[in-house]
Write a protein that binds this ligand. Structure first.
Ligand code: FEO
Ligand code: CA
Ligand code: CA
Ligand code: CA
Length: 594
Protein backbone atom coordinates (compact mmCIF):
# COMPACT_ATOMS: atom_id res chain seq x y z
CA UNK A 1 0.00 0.00 0.00
CA UNK A 2 1.35 3.41 -0.97
CA UNK A 3 0.76 6.86 0.38
CA UNK A 4 -2.95 6.71 -0.43
CA UNK A 5 -3.36 3.99 2.17
CA UNK A 6 -1.79 6.11 4.91
CA UNK A 7 -3.99 7.29 7.72
CA UNK A 8 -4.88 6.77 11.33
CA UNK A 9 -4.84 3.15 12.52
CA UNK A 10 -8.09 1.59 11.34
CA UNK A 11 -8.35 4.05 8.44
CA UNK A 12 -5.39 2.89 6.32
CA UNK A 13 -7.22 2.27 3.06
CA UNK A 14 -7.21 4.13 -0.26
CA UNK A 15 -10.25 6.40 -0.11
CA UNK A 16 -13.07 5.62 -2.56
CA UNK A 17 -13.71 8.55 -4.92
CA UNK A 18 -17.20 10.06 -5.13
CA UNK A 19 -19.10 8.26 -7.91
CA UNK A 20 -22.50 7.30 -9.28
CA UNK A 21 -21.84 3.62 -9.98
CA UNK A 22 -24.87 1.40 -9.39
CA UNK A 23 -22.97 -0.81 -6.97
CA UNK A 24 -21.37 -0.93 -3.56
CA UNK A 25 -17.91 0.45 -4.37
CA UNK A 26 -15.20 -0.47 -1.86
CA UNK A 27 -11.46 0.34 -1.54
CA UNK A 28 -8.85 -1.60 -3.51
CA UNK A 29 -8.01 -4.84 -1.76
CA UNK A 30 -11.46 -5.19 -0.20
CA UNK A 31 -14.26 -7.64 -1.03
CA UNK A 32 -17.95 -7.74 -0.16
CA UNK A 33 -20.90 -10.06 0.15
CA UNK A 34 -24.64 -9.54 0.43
CA UNK A 35 -25.39 -10.93 3.89
CA UNK A 36 -29.18 -10.91 3.59
CA UNK A 37 -31.77 -9.39 1.28
CA UNK A 38 -35.31 -8.23 1.84
CA UNK A 39 -37.58 -11.30 1.66
CA UNK A 40 -35.03 -14.01 2.49
CA UNK A 41 -36.63 -16.55 4.84
CA UNK A 42 -35.33 -16.50 8.40
CA UNK A 43 -38.01 -18.35 10.38
CA UNK A 44 -38.91 -22.02 10.25
CA UNK A 45 -41.57 -22.62 7.60
CA UNK A 46 -41.05 -19.33 5.74
CA UNK A 47 -40.91 -19.75 1.95
CA UNK A 48 -38.13 -18.58 -0.35
CA UNK A 49 -38.65 -15.08 -1.75
CA UNK A 50 -40.89 -15.04 -4.81
CA UNK A 51 -41.51 -11.56 -6.27
CA UNK A 52 -44.67 -12.83 -7.99
CA UNK A 53 -46.15 -14.42 -4.87
CA UNK A 54 -45.51 -12.00 -2.05
CA UNK A 55 -47.89 -12.42 0.82
CA UNK A 56 -48.24 -11.13 4.35
CA UNK A 57 -47.85 -14.67 5.69
CA UNK A 58 -44.59 -15.25 3.81
CA UNK A 59 -43.24 -11.82 4.73
CA UNK A 60 -43.86 -12.40 8.43
CA UNK A 61 -41.19 -15.14 8.34
CA UNK A 62 -38.81 -13.30 6.03
CA UNK A 63 -36.29 -10.47 6.45
CA UNK A 64 -38.15 -7.15 6.29
CA UNK A 65 -37.88 -4.22 3.91
CA UNK A 66 -35.55 -1.19 4.04
CA UNK A 67 -33.02 -2.40 6.57
CA UNK A 68 -31.65 0.53 8.59
CA UNK A 69 -29.95 0.19 12.02
CA UNK A 70 -27.82 -2.93 12.50
CA UNK A 71 -26.33 -4.44 15.62
CA UNK A 72 -24.04 -7.46 15.86
CA UNK A 73 -24.06 -9.16 19.26
CA UNK A 74 -21.90 -12.03 20.48
CA UNK A 75 -23.30 -15.56 20.58
CA UNK A 76 -21.20 -17.40 23.15
CA UNK A 77 -21.08 -21.14 22.72
CA UNK A 78 -21.71 -21.11 18.98
CA UNK A 79 -18.38 -20.82 17.25
CA UNK A 80 -18.06 -18.15 14.56
CA UNK A 81 -21.62 -16.94 15.00
CA UNK A 82 -23.11 -13.59 16.00
CA UNK A 83 -26.64 -12.27 16.39
CA UNK A 84 -27.64 -9.67 13.81
CA UNK A 85 -30.47 -7.32 14.78
CA UNK A 86 -31.89 -5.09 12.04
CA UNK A 87 -34.48 -2.32 11.82
CA UNK A 88 -36.88 -2.20 8.88
CA UNK A 89 -37.77 1.46 8.69
CA UNK A 90 -40.46 1.70 6.06
CA UNK A 91 -41.88 0.19 2.88
CA UNK A 92 -41.72 1.40 -0.70
CA UNK A 93 -44.80 -0.27 -2.16
CA UNK A 94 -44.17 0.99 -5.69
CA UNK A 95 -40.79 -0.83 -5.65
CA UNK A 96 -42.18 -3.95 -3.92
CA UNK A 97 -45.34 -4.89 -5.79
CA UNK A 98 -45.85 -5.36 -9.52
CA UNK A 99 -48.65 -3.15 -10.81
CA UNK A 100 -49.03 -1.33 -7.49
CA UNK A 101 -51.79 1.30 -7.68
CA UNK A 102 -51.20 3.92 -4.97
CA UNK A 103 -54.85 4.99 -5.23
CA UNK A 104 -56.13 1.47 -4.54
CA UNK A 105 -53.81 -0.72 -2.45
CA UNK A 106 -55.15 -4.23 -1.84
CA UNK A 107 -55.53 -5.72 1.64
CA UNK A 108 -52.81 -8.29 0.84
CA UNK A 109 -50.40 -5.52 -0.18
CA UNK A 110 -51.16 -3.51 2.96
CA UNK A 111 -50.75 -6.50 5.23
CA UNK A 112 -47.51 -7.48 3.47
CA UNK A 113 -46.24 -3.96 4.12
CA UNK A 114 -47.22 -4.31 7.80
CA UNK A 115 -45.19 -7.51 7.99
CA UNK A 116 -42.22 -5.91 6.15
CA UNK A 117 -41.86 -3.18 8.83
CA UNK A 118 -40.35 -3.65 12.27
CA UNK A 119 -37.34 -5.63 13.45
CA UNK A 120 -35.47 -8.80 12.52
CA UNK A 121 -33.22 -10.96 14.64
CA UNK A 122 -31.13 -13.39 12.60
CA UNK A 123 -28.07 -15.38 13.61
CA UNK A 124 -25.18 -15.02 11.15
CA UNK A 125 -22.19 -17.27 10.51
CA UNK A 126 -18.67 -16.02 9.79
CA UNK A 127 -16.69 -17.63 7.04
CA UNK A 128 -13.35 -18.91 8.29
CA UNK A 129 -10.49 -16.58 7.38
CA UNK A 130 -12.64 -13.82 5.89
CA UNK A 131 -15.12 -11.25 7.05
CA UNK A 132 -17.93 -12.78 4.98
CA UNK A 133 -21.21 -13.37 6.83
CA UNK A 134 -24.16 -15.58 5.89
CA UNK A 135 -27.52 -16.00 7.65
CA UNK A 136 -28.33 -19.10 9.70
CA UNK A 137 -31.94 -19.66 8.75
CA UNK A 138 -34.32 -21.23 11.26
CA UNK A 139 -32.01 -20.57 14.24
CA UNK A 140 -34.07 -20.62 17.44
CA UNK A 141 -33.13 -16.97 18.19
CA UNK A 142 -34.32 -15.76 14.78
CA UNK A 143 -37.32 -13.53 15.14
CA UNK A 144 -39.52 -11.06 13.32
CA UNK A 145 -41.45 -8.26 15.00
CA UNK A 146 -43.72 -6.10 12.90
CA UNK A 147 -46.88 -4.02 12.82
CA UNK A 148 -49.15 -6.51 14.56
CA UNK A 149 -46.62 -7.91 17.10
CA UNK A 150 -47.14 -7.14 20.77
CA UNK A 151 -45.08 -4.49 22.59
CA UNK A 152 -45.36 -3.25 26.17
CA UNK A 153 -45.29 0.39 27.27
CA UNK A 154 -43.22 0.72 30.45
CA UNK A 155 -41.96 3.58 32.60
CA UNK A 156 -43.66 6.61 34.16
CA UNK A 157 -46.28 7.28 31.43
CA UNK A 158 -47.33 3.64 30.93
CA UNK A 159 -51.04 3.32 31.66
CA UNK A 160 -51.66 7.04 31.18
CA UNK A 161 -55.05 8.10 29.85
CA UNK A 162 -53.12 9.61 26.93
CA UNK A 163 -52.07 6.08 25.91
CA UNK A 164 -55.40 4.27 26.21
CA UNK A 165 -57.38 3.12 23.16
CA UNK A 166 -60.59 1.21 22.64
CA UNK A 167 -58.56 -1.96 22.02
CA UNK A 168 -56.27 -1.35 25.01
CA UNK A 169 -57.96 0.25 28.02
CA UNK A 170 -54.78 -0.44 30.06
CA UNK A 171 -52.62 1.96 28.04
CA UNK A 172 -49.75 -0.53 28.16
CA UNK A 173 -50.23 -3.06 25.36
CA UNK A 174 -49.36 -1.82 21.85
CA UNK A 175 -49.46 -3.63 18.56
CA UNK A 176 -46.53 -2.82 16.33
CA UNK A 177 -43.41 -0.73 16.04
CA UNK A 178 -43.20 1.66 13.10
CA UNK A 179 -40.46 3.49 11.22
CA UNK A 180 -37.53 2.07 13.18
CA UNK A 181 -34.67 4.14 11.94
CA UNK A 182 -31.39 3.93 13.82
CA UNK A 183 -30.80 2.53 17.28
CA UNK A 184 -28.19 1.43 19.75
CA UNK A 185 -26.66 -1.50 21.56
CA UNK A 186 -26.66 -1.49 25.36
CA UNK A 187 -23.79 -2.64 27.63
CA UNK A 188 -26.25 -5.17 29.11
CA UNK A 189 -26.80 -6.97 25.80
CA UNK A 190 -30.06 -5.58 24.46
CA UNK A 191 -30.79 -3.37 21.48
CA UNK A 192 -32.57 -0.01 21.28
CA UNK A 193 -34.66 1.03 18.29
CA UNK A 194 -35.89 4.55 17.50
CA UNK A 195 -39.43 4.94 16.17
CA UNK A 196 -38.93 7.88 13.85
CA UNK A 197 -41.41 9.22 11.28
CA UNK A 198 -44.44 7.44 12.75
CA UNK A 199 -46.64 10.39 11.83
CA UNK A 200 -46.88 9.22 8.21
CA UNK A 201 -48.99 6.17 9.16
CA UNK A 202 -51.80 8.14 10.81
CA UNK A 203 -54.64 9.93 9.01
CA UNK A 204 -56.99 12.74 10.01
CA UNK A 205 -54.98 14.41 12.76
CA UNK A 206 -56.66 17.37 14.38
CA UNK A 207 -55.13 18.43 17.71
CA UNK A 208 -52.34 20.94 18.23
CA UNK A 209 -50.07 18.10 19.35
CA UNK A 210 -50.93 16.06 16.23
CA UNK A 211 -49.78 19.10 14.26
CA UNK A 212 -46.57 19.48 16.28
CA UNK A 213 -45.77 15.84 15.46
CA UNK A 214 -46.57 16.26 11.76
CA UNK A 215 -49.67 14.06 11.59
CA UNK A 216 -51.53 15.13 8.47
CA UNK A 217 -55.10 16.32 8.60
CA UNK A 218 -56.08 14.19 5.62
CA UNK A 219 -55.52 10.69 4.25
CA UNK A 220 -52.12 8.97 4.37
CA UNK A 221 -50.15 7.92 1.32
CA UNK A 222 -50.34 4.21 2.20
CA UNK A 223 -54.04 4.36 3.16
CA UNK A 224 -53.68 1.92 6.04
CA UNK A 225 -56.50 3.76 7.81
CA UNK A 226 -58.89 2.09 5.37
CA UNK A 227 -57.77 -1.36 6.56
CA UNK A 228 -57.45 -0.79 10.33
CA UNK A 229 -59.26 2.05 12.08
CA UNK A 230 -56.44 2.47 14.61
CA UNK A 231 -54.54 4.36 11.91
CA UNK A 232 -57.40 6.89 11.72
CA UNK A 233 -56.84 9.54 14.41
CA UNK A 234 -60.49 10.62 14.17
CA UNK A 235 -61.55 7.14 15.34
CA UNK A 236 -58.61 6.39 17.66
CA UNK A 237 -57.12 9.70 18.82
CA UNK A 238 -54.54 8.08 21.14
CA UNK A 239 -53.18 5.32 18.92
CA UNK A 240 -50.50 7.62 17.46
CA UNK A 241 -49.36 8.38 21.02
CA UNK A 242 -48.25 4.77 21.21
CA UNK A 243 -45.64 5.24 18.47
CA UNK A 244 -42.60 7.54 18.55
CA UNK A 245 -40.81 5.79 21.43
CA UNK A 246 -37.53 3.99 21.97
CA UNK A 247 -38.05 0.22 21.87
CA UNK A 248 -35.80 -2.13 23.84
CA UNK A 249 -35.45 -5.69 22.56
CA UNK A 250 -33.77 -8.64 24.27
CA UNK A 251 -32.50 -10.59 21.26
CA UNK A 252 -31.40 -13.50 23.45
CA UNK A 253 -34.95 -14.21 24.62
CA UNK A 254 -37.16 -14.97 21.61
CA UNK A 255 -40.25 -15.15 23.82
CA UNK A 256 -39.78 -11.73 25.41
CA UNK A 257 -42.16 -8.84 24.77
CA UNK A 258 -40.12 -5.79 23.70
CA UNK A 259 -40.62 -2.62 25.71
CA UNK A 260 -41.42 0.92 24.67
CA UNK A 261 -39.71 3.16 27.21
CA UNK A 262 -41.89 6.15 28.03
CA UNK A 263 -39.15 7.68 30.25
CA UNK A 264 -37.13 8.40 27.08
CA UNK A 265 -39.84 10.67 25.68
CA UNK A 266 -41.87 10.64 22.51
CA UNK A 267 -40.56 12.32 19.38
CA UNK A 268 -39.17 11.29 15.99
CA UNK A 269 -36.47 9.16 17.53
CA UNK A 270 -33.62 8.67 15.13
CA UNK A 271 -31.57 6.54 17.51
CA UNK A 272 -30.59 5.97 21.13
CA UNK A 273 -27.10 5.15 22.29
CA UNK A 274 -26.20 4.54 25.93
CA UNK A 275 -23.01 4.88 27.95
CA UNK A 276 -22.50 4.35 31.68
CA UNK A 277 -21.74 6.84 34.44
CA UNK A 278 -18.77 6.07 36.69
CA UNK A 279 -21.20 4.45 39.15
CA UNK A 280 -22.79 2.27 36.47
CA UNK A 281 -25.99 4.13 35.54
CA UNK A 282 -26.90 4.32 31.86
CA UNK A 283 -27.12 7.65 30.07
CA UNK A 284 -28.86 7.55 26.69
CA UNK A 285 -28.32 10.21 24.00
CA UNK A 286 -31.10 10.78 21.45
CA UNK A 287 -31.87 13.00 18.45
CA UNK A 288 -35.25 14.15 17.13
CA UNK A 289 -34.90 14.17 13.35
CA UNK A 290 -36.83 17.21 12.23
CA UNK A 291 -35.74 20.62 11.05
CA UNK A 292 -35.47 22.92 14.09
CA UNK A 293 -35.96 20.12 16.61
CA UNK A 294 -33.88 19.10 19.61
CA UNK A 295 -31.51 16.55 21.03
CA UNK A 296 -31.95 14.89 24.40
CA UNK A 297 -30.40 12.70 27.03
CA UNK A 298 -31.85 10.42 29.66
CA UNK A 299 -29.94 9.70 32.90
CA UNK A 300 -31.07 6.57 34.73
CA UNK A 301 -31.29 6.46 38.49
CA UNK A 302 -30.55 2.71 38.54
CA UNK A 303 -27.22 0.93 38.26
CA UNK A 304 -26.54 -1.80 35.76
CA UNK A 305 -25.98 -5.26 37.20
CA UNK A 306 -23.05 -7.11 35.66
CA UNK A 307 -23.26 -10.62 34.29
CA UNK A 308 -25.80 -12.58 32.31
CA UNK A 309 -27.75 -14.25 35.12
CA UNK A 310 -31.51 -14.18 34.77
CA UNK A 311 -31.78 -11.83 37.76
CA UNK A 312 -29.24 -9.42 36.25
CA UNK A 313 -30.93 -9.43 32.85
CA UNK A 314 -34.37 -8.82 34.35
CA UNK A 315 -33.05 -5.96 36.47
CA UNK A 316 -31.23 -4.38 33.53
CA UNK A 317 -34.41 -4.37 31.41
CA UNK A 318 -35.83 -1.85 33.93
CA UNK A 319 -32.84 0.56 33.82
CA UNK A 320 -34.51 2.84 31.29
CA UNK A 321 -37.73 3.15 33.29
CA UNK A 322 -36.46 5.45 36.07
CA UNK A 323 -34.47 8.64 35.73
CA UNK A 324 -34.44 12.16 34.33
CA UNK A 325 -35.08 13.25 30.76
CA UNK A 326 -33.17 16.35 29.59
CA UNK A 327 -33.13 18.51 26.46
CA UNK A 328 -30.09 20.43 25.18
CA UNK A 329 -29.68 24.20 25.06
CA UNK A 330 -26.54 25.52 23.37
CA UNK A 331 -24.89 28.94 23.52
CA UNK A 332 -22.11 30.06 21.17
CA UNK A 333 -19.04 31.90 22.49
CA UNK A 334 -18.52 34.18 19.49
CA UNK A 335 -20.39 37.47 18.93
CA UNK A 336 -23.67 36.89 17.06
CA UNK A 337 -22.53 39.39 14.41
CA UNK A 338 -19.74 36.99 13.41
CA UNK A 339 -22.24 34.21 12.61
CA UNK A 340 -23.51 35.48 9.29
CA UNK A 341 -25.13 32.33 7.90
CA UNK A 342 -22.43 31.71 5.27
CA UNK A 343 -20.47 29.22 7.35
CA UNK A 344 -17.46 31.55 7.60
CA UNK A 345 -15.55 30.72 10.79
CA UNK A 346 -15.85 33.35 13.53
CA UNK A 347 -12.74 35.25 14.65
CA UNK A 348 -11.89 32.76 17.41
CA UNK A 349 -11.50 30.14 14.66
CA UNK A 350 -14.20 27.75 15.81
CA UNK A 351 -17.92 27.24 16.01
CA UNK A 352 -18.06 26.39 19.69
CA UNK A 353 -19.54 27.25 23.04
CA UNK A 354 -21.21 25.88 26.12
CA UNK A 355 -24.47 24.13 26.83
CA UNK A 356 -26.89 23.05 29.52
CA UNK A 357 -29.09 20.00 29.81
CA UNK A 358 -32.50 21.29 30.88
CA UNK A 359 -34.42 18.71 32.95
CA UNK A 360 -37.94 17.98 31.66
CA UNK A 361 -39.18 15.28 34.01
CA UNK A 362 -37.93 12.85 36.65
CA UNK A 363 -40.15 9.83 37.15
CA UNK A 364 -43.64 11.12 37.86
CA UNK A 365 -42.42 14.69 38.54
CA UNK A 366 -42.56 17.30 35.79
CA UNK A 367 -40.01 20.11 35.63
CA UNK A 368 -41.93 21.96 32.92
CA UNK A 369 -44.40 24.61 34.10
CA UNK A 370 -47.92 23.92 32.86
CA UNK A 371 -47.30 20.28 31.89
CA UNK A 372 -47.80 17.08 33.89
CA UNK A 373 -45.04 14.46 33.75
CA UNK A 374 -47.26 12.27 31.55
CA UNK A 375 -47.68 15.18 29.14
CA UNK A 376 -43.92 15.76 29.11
CA UNK A 377 -43.28 12.15 28.10
CA UNK A 378 -46.06 11.88 25.49
CA UNK A 379 -45.64 15.41 24.07
CA UNK A 380 -41.90 15.83 24.63
CA UNK A 381 -41.52 18.23 21.72
CA UNK A 382 -43.94 20.63 23.38
CA UNK A 383 -41.92 20.41 26.59
CA UNK A 384 -38.75 21.25 24.63
CA UNK A 385 -40.54 24.25 23.07
CA UNK A 386 -41.60 25.54 26.49
CA UNK A 387 -38.13 25.42 28.06
CA UNK A 388 -36.40 27.09 25.11
CA UNK A 389 -34.25 24.20 23.84
CA UNK A 390 -31.96 24.94 20.88
CA UNK A 391 -33.50 24.38 17.46
CA UNK A 392 -31.03 22.21 15.56
CA UNK A 393 -30.42 21.22 11.93
CA UNK A 394 -32.15 17.80 12.13
CA UNK A 395 -30.46 15.85 14.94
CA UNK A 396 -29.96 12.32 13.67
CA UNK A 397 -27.76 9.69 15.26
CA UNK A 398 -25.93 10.61 18.48
CA UNK A 399 -23.11 8.44 19.81
CA UNK A 400 -20.59 8.75 22.64
CA UNK A 401 -17.02 7.72 21.86
CA UNK A 402 -16.18 4.63 23.90
CA UNK A 403 -12.59 5.92 24.09
CA UNK A 404 -12.95 9.59 25.02
CA UNK A 405 -16.53 9.96 26.26
CA UNK A 406 -17.06 12.82 23.81
CA UNK A 407 -20.47 12.66 22.18
CA UNK A 408 -20.99 13.13 18.43
CA UNK A 409 -24.28 14.46 17.06
CA UNK A 410 -24.98 14.17 13.31
CA UNK A 411 -26.97 17.20 12.12
CA UNK A 412 -27.89 16.08 8.66
CA UNK A 413 -29.09 19.32 6.97
CA UNK A 414 -31.74 22.01 7.20
CA UNK A 415 -32.61 23.77 3.98
CA UNK A 416 -35.14 25.93 5.87
CA UNK A 417 -32.59 27.52 8.19
CA UNK A 418 -32.70 31.29 7.72
CA UNK A 419 -35.83 31.31 5.55
CA UNK A 420 -38.47 33.94 6.23
CA UNK A 421 -40.29 33.16 9.47
CA UNK A 422 -37.76 30.47 10.46
CA UNK A 423 -34.84 30.58 12.88
CA UNK A 424 -31.65 32.03 11.44
CA UNK A 425 -28.08 30.77 11.74
CA UNK A 426 -26.52 30.38 15.18
CA UNK A 427 -23.07 29.16 16.17
CA UNK A 428 -24.09 25.48 16.36
CA UNK A 429 -26.12 25.70 13.14
CA UNK A 430 -24.05 28.28 11.30
CA UNK A 431 -25.25 28.01 7.71
CA UNK A 432 -28.50 29.30 6.24
CA UNK A 433 -30.22 26.98 3.73
CA UNK A 434 -27.93 24.25 5.07
CA UNK A 435 -27.75 21.51 2.43
CA UNK A 436 -24.82 19.46 3.71
CA UNK A 437 -25.10 19.30 7.50
CA UNK A 438 -22.50 19.23 10.30
CA UNK A 439 -21.25 17.03 13.13
CA UNK A 440 -21.22 18.43 16.64
CA UNK A 441 -18.78 17.21 19.31
CA UNK A 442 -19.96 17.53 22.90
CA UNK A 443 -17.83 17.13 26.04
CA UNK A 444 -19.75 16.64 29.28
CA UNK A 445 -18.39 18.65 32.21
CA UNK A 446 -15.70 16.61 33.99
CA UNK A 447 -16.54 13.85 31.50
CA UNK A 448 -19.46 13.00 33.79
CA UNK A 449 -22.59 12.31 31.71
CA UNK A 450 -24.83 12.66 34.77
CA UNK A 451 -24.01 16.39 35.07
CA UNK A 452 -26.09 19.08 33.41
CA UNK A 453 -23.41 21.19 31.69
CA UNK A 454 -21.22 20.62 28.67
CA UNK A 455 -18.88 22.23 26.16
CA UNK A 456 -19.40 21.77 22.43
CA UNK A 457 -17.75 22.51 19.12
CA UNK A 458 -18.47 21.64 15.51
CA UNK A 459 -16.17 18.79 14.53
CA UNK A 460 -17.15 18.80 10.84
CA UNK A 461 -19.02 21.30 8.71
CA UNK A 462 -19.82 19.06 5.75
CA UNK A 463 -19.65 19.74 2.04
CA UNK A 464 -17.09 19.95 -0.74
CA UNK A 465 -13.73 20.69 0.92
CA UNK A 466 -13.13 23.30 -1.82
CA UNK A 467 -16.15 25.19 -0.46
CA UNK A 468 -14.85 27.72 2.10
CA UNK A 469 -17.97 27.09 4.21
CA UNK A 470 -16.68 23.66 5.28
CA UNK A 471 -14.50 22.59 8.19
CA UNK A 472 -12.80 19.29 8.98
CA UNK A 473 -11.65 19.81 12.59
CA UNK A 474 -8.84 21.99 11.24
CA UNK A 475 -7.28 19.19 9.14
CA UNK A 476 -5.89 20.34 5.74
CA UNK A 477 -8.88 20.26 3.41
CA UNK A 478 -6.91 19.13 0.35
CA UNK A 479 -6.48 15.75 2.06
CA UNK A 480 -10.08 14.85 2.94
CA UNK A 481 -13.04 13.27 1.12
CA UNK A 482 -16.10 15.39 0.33
CA UNK A 483 -19.09 14.51 2.50
CA UNK A 484 -22.73 15.61 2.53
CA UNK A 485 -25.65 14.86 4.88
CA UNK A 486 -24.10 12.81 7.72
CA UNK A 487 -26.79 10.64 9.30
CA UNK A 488 -25.58 7.60 11.27
CA UNK A 489 -22.50 7.55 13.49
CA UNK A 490 -20.54 4.59 14.85
CA UNK A 491 -17.11 3.92 16.36
CA UNK A 492 -14.58 1.33 15.26
CA UNK A 493 -12.41 -0.69 17.68
CA UNK A 494 -9.64 1.94 17.33
CA UNK A 495 -11.87 4.85 18.39
CA UNK A 496 -12.35 6.34 14.91
CA UNK A 497 -15.73 7.82 14.08
CA UNK A 498 -17.60 6.41 11.07
CA UNK A 499 -20.35 8.39 9.37
CA UNK A 500 -22.93 7.20 6.87
CA UNK A 501 -24.78 9.66 4.67
CA UNK A 502 -28.34 10.10 3.44
CA UNK A 503 -29.09 12.45 0.56
CA UNK A 504 -25.67 13.51 -0.75
CA UNK A 505 -26.02 16.94 -2.39
CA UNK A 506 -22.62 16.88 -4.16
CA UNK A 507 -23.59 14.69 -7.13
CA UNK A 508 -22.18 11.43 -5.75
CA UNK A 509 -24.12 8.50 -4.36
CA UNK A 510 -24.30 8.22 -0.59
CA UNK A 511 -21.58 6.45 1.32
CA UNK A 512 -19.67 5.57 4.45
CA UNK A 513 -16.69 7.52 5.82
CA UNK A 514 -14.17 7.12 8.62
CA UNK A 515 -12.43 9.92 10.49
CA UNK A 516 -9.99 10.05 13.38
CA UNK A 517 -11.20 12.11 16.36
CA UNK A 518 -7.86 12.29 18.20
CA UNK A 519 -4.20 12.90 17.46
CA UNK A 520 -2.58 14.56 14.48
CA UNK A 521 -4.94 12.85 12.01
CA UNK A 522 -8.03 14.32 13.75
CA UNK A 523 -10.38 15.50 11.00
CA UNK A 524 -8.81 13.45 8.19
CA UNK A 525 -12.05 12.14 6.71
CA UNK A 526 -11.81 9.24 4.24
CA UNK A 527 -14.56 7.65 2.20
CA UNK A 528 -14.76 3.86 2.61
CA UNK A 529 -17.63 2.94 0.30
CA UNK A 530 -20.46 4.21 -1.86
CA UNK A 531 -23.90 2.63 -2.35
CA UNK A 532 -26.04 1.96 -5.47
CA UNK A 533 -28.35 4.43 -7.16
CA UNK A 534 -31.16 5.83 -5.03
CA UNK A 535 -29.83 4.19 -1.86
CA UNK A 536 -28.88 5.62 1.49
CA UNK A 537 -26.11 4.14 3.61
CA UNK A 538 -27.07 3.27 7.16
CA UNK A 539 -26.61 0.93 10.08
CA UNK A 540 -22.83 0.83 10.01
CA UNK A 541 -21.11 -1.66 12.32
CA UNK A 542 -17.31 -1.62 12.27
CA UNK A 543 -15.62 -4.69 13.69
CA UNK A 544 -11.96 -5.70 13.44
CA UNK A 545 -12.55 -7.89 10.41
CA UNK A 546 -15.55 -6.39 8.69
CA UNK A 547 -17.68 -3.37 8.01
CA UNK A 548 -21.39 -4.08 7.90
CA UNK A 549 -23.78 -1.62 6.23
CA UNK A 550 -27.43 -1.39 5.37
CA UNK A 551 -28.09 -0.48 1.76
CA UNK A 552 -31.47 1.13 2.27
CA UNK A 553 -33.97 2.01 -0.45
CA UNK A 554 -31.81 1.21 -3.52
CA UNK A 555 -33.57 2.37 -6.69
CA UNK A 556 -35.74 4.88 -4.82
CA UNK A 557 -35.85 7.54 -7.50
CA UNK A 558 -38.82 9.62 -8.61
CA UNK A 559 -40.83 7.75 -11.24
CA UNK A 560 -39.23 4.36 -10.58
CA UNK A 561 -41.38 1.25 -10.08
CA UNK A 562 -41.04 -2.53 -10.24
CA UNK A 563 -41.68 -2.24 -13.99
CA UNK A 564 -39.29 0.72 -14.44
CA UNK A 565 -36.43 0.10 -12.01
CA UNK A 566 -33.79 2.79 -11.49
CA UNK A 567 -31.21 0.34 -10.14
CA UNK A 568 -30.19 -3.25 -10.91
CA UNK A 569 -28.74 -3.92 -7.46
CA UNK A 570 -28.08 -6.42 -5.95
CA UNK A 571 -28.93 -9.19 -8.43
CA UNK A 572 -28.58 -7.57 -11.85
CA UNK A 573 -30.99 -6.46 -14.59
CA UNK A 574 -34.40 -8.10 -14.68
CA UNK A 575 -34.33 -8.92 -10.96
CA UNK A 576 -36.27 -7.02 -8.32
CA UNK A 577 -34.23 -4.31 -6.56
CA UNK A 578 -33.88 -5.38 -2.93
CA UNK A 579 -32.68 -3.50 0.15
CA UNK A 580 -29.93 -5.66 1.68
CA UNK A 581 -27.23 -5.86 4.31
CA UNK A 582 -23.65 -5.95 2.97
CA UNK A 583 -20.43 -7.05 4.67
CA UNK A 584 -17.11 -5.59 3.46
CA UNK A 585 -13.81 -7.20 4.41
CA UNK A 586 -10.22 -7.46 3.30
CA UNK A 587 -9.28 -9.92 0.59
CA UNK A 588 -6.13 -10.83 2.51
CA UNK A 589 -8.13 -11.64 5.65
CA UNK A 590 -6.43 -8.95 7.76
CA UNK A 591 -8.22 -6.35 9.89
CA UNK A 592 -9.98 -3.32 8.42
CA UNK A 593 -7.73 -0.32 7.83
CA UNK A 594 -4.55 -1.48 9.54
FE1 FEO B 1 -34.71 7.69 9.20
FE2 FEO B 1 -33.54 10.41 10.30
O1 FEO B 1 -33.34 9.00 9.20
CA1 CA C 1 -31.37 7.66 9.62
CA1 CA D 1 -16.51 30.40 18.65
CA1 CA E 1 -31.85 9.74 7.28
Amino acid sequence: AGKAADGARGLRFAAVAPNTTDAVTVPDGYAQNVVIRWGEPILRGAPAFDPDKQSAKAQAGQFGYNNDFLSLLPLPGEHGRQVLVANHEYTDEILMFKGYDPAKPTREQVETAWAAHGLSVVVVQEERKSGKLTPVTRHHLNRRLHTTSEFRLTGPAAGSDLLKTSADPTGTKVLGTLNNCAGGTTPWGTTLHGEENFNQYFANGSSATDKRYGISTGATERKWELFDKRFDVKQEPNESHRQGWVVELDPYDPDSTPRKHTALGRFKHEAAQPRLTADGRPVVYMGDDERFDYFYKFVSSKRMKKGTSRAAREHNLTLLDEGTLYVAKLTGDSPAAEIDGTGKLPNDGEFDGSGVWIPLATGKTSHVPGMTAEEVYVFTRVAGDKVGATKMDRPEDVEPSPRTGRVYVALTNNTDRGKAGKAGADEANPRSLNKHGQVLELAEHWDDPALDGFAWRLFLVAGDPDDPATYFAGFPKDKVSPISCPDNVAFDPHGNLWLSTDGNQLGSHDGLFGVATRGERRGELKQFLTVPKGAETCGPVIQDRRVLVSVQHPGEVDGASVEKPASAWPDGPGKLVRPSVVAVYRKDGRDIGV
